[in-house]
Ligand binder design. Structure first.
Ligand SMILES: Cc1ncc(COP(=O)(O)O)c(C=O)c1O
Length: 392
């Protein structure tokens, strides 16, 4: 027998989205056609100016280690971008460039947690938060949110009742995966209020900040008040907004006491984010915002189409997404659980959806559809779903 593996590492589970994709791969290998509403990854290619900047960076020998906090010129550009687009005041000293927001979030958890601590997650929520918290020997605590008119909303009382003497942080994700919601000022203020009252960090995942539709506006919890800014750590990336998922470039915006700690963790764990991609990211912020606007308009059209198609199915309620590229639809309790429905839709209809149960128990009677796929595939998939549902 080899020596024992860390018990924190052993507590890690797998990804439902990846598991669904692997099952679909097996069906595709047998010749079955599959429409994929599972994966949260843009179908667009990386903007041309970003591609060119990456090639130029390679050819001009930029493939060396860089400052563990990130290229100074990139951090200066991010600081300006955040101020102009989100009203976030972030000096470049407060910005640390990371390996995507996965890199940012897992670093943040390491920086603020000790074994035995608890972190409150506003549920339903993206699954990897749980794993990142467990890797630190801490415990994720889900706070289930209520539903009003088919939409999950943030309720301060539900969050407050999940806070204990061990709680160190609240995770808030806006725009909100899997719900497709963009949190309002009132919702963010109530989170900031609880954090202030119990002296907690706020871990703010804003990876979908550029993907908001129909008059919705992204607001960072850090902009609510000076106190909220002092206790918020923002994690975000270029993955979703610039269609750069595999390029792995993100960043944290942290208060002055924490940014140097995050830089040390970044240095210790990865040395620095990939230099070539940091050079390409300069081009993203400088010259690709019109590409982002184009993709945003496309996603808005697709989100509306998905909601329209799902609402035509008897018993299904799907609000039009306000942000992200996910539609979250409520399904009747009388149907099988969301996991069984996902299994049924994959094998019978050839459609991948993600079961709501992946986002916490309160999301059991929901299915999530990613609309980061073409309108033609969306229409094809919706037709298959309308044929297969309600399940017989
Ligand atoms: C809510 C949320 N946060 C973070 C991420 C991680 O994105 P990345 O590491 O590519 O920036 C994702 C990806 O699906 C996500 O949905």
């Amino acid at each position: 027998m080899p020596p024992e593996i860390s018990k924190f590492a052993q507590s890690l589970g797998g990804s439902t989205v990846v598991a669904m994709r692997r099952k679909a791969d097996a069906l595709e290998a047998d010749g079955k056609r599959i429409v994929d509403f599972g994966i949260g990854e843009p179908d667009f290619n990386v903007p041309p100016s970003v591609q060119e900047a990456a090639i130029a960076a390679i050819q001009s020998g930029q493939g060396k280690y860089v400052d563990p906090a990130g290229l100074p010129e990139l951090r200066a550009l991010i600081s300006r971008f955040e101020a102009q687009h989100h009203g976030t005041e972030a000096a470049m000293e407060n910005i640390v460039v990371t390996n995507g927001s996965y890199g940012a979030l897992s670093m943040i958890m390491r920086a603020i947690l000790n074994p035995g601590d608890e972190v409150v997650m506003i549920e339903p929520c993206w699954g990897p938060y749980r794993q990142m918290i467990r890797l630190c020997g801490a415990a994720p605590v889900g706070a289930a949110m209520p539903v009003i008119d088919g939409r999950f909303v943030v309720d301060a009382n539900c969050i407050a009742s999940a806070v204990t003497a061990r709680t160190r942080a609240i995770v808030v994700n806006t725009p909100w995966n899997p719900t497709g919601r963009v949190l309002s000022r009132g919702e963010l203020s109530s989170i900031a209020g609880i954090a202030a009252q119990s002296d907690l960090w706020i871990v703010a995942d804003e990876v979908y900040s550029e993907l908001v539709y129909e008059g919705a506006q992204h607001l960072s919890v850090a902009s609510i008040s000076q106190d909220a800014a002092d206790r918020s750590i923002i994690a975000t990336s270029l993955s979703k907004s610039f269609a750069m998922t595999g390029w792995r470039l993100g960043y944290c915006i942290a208060p002055p006491v924490l940014a140097p700690v995050l830089t040390k963790i970044n240095h210790t764990t990865t040395r620095c984010a990939t230099s070539i991609v940091q050079h390409a990211a300069l081009a993203a912020f400088e010259g690709s915002l019109s590409d982002v606007a184009y993709m945003r308009a496309e996603y808005a059209r697709r989100g509306a189409a998905v909601a329209r198609g799902l609402n035509q199915i008897e018993g299904v309620l799907c609000p039009v997404p306000e942000g992200t590229f996910y539609a979250l639809a409520q399904i009747p309790e009388s149907w099988a659980g969301s996991e069984a429905i996902a299994e049924y839709l994959l094998t019978e209809a050839g459609v991948i959806i993600t079961p709501g149960s992946a986002y916490g128990p309160s999301c059991e009677n929901y299915i999530r559809l990613s609309f980061a796929t073409s309108i033609d595939l969306i229409e094809e998939g919706l037709a298959l779903l309308r044929r297969a549902l309600p399940p017989s």
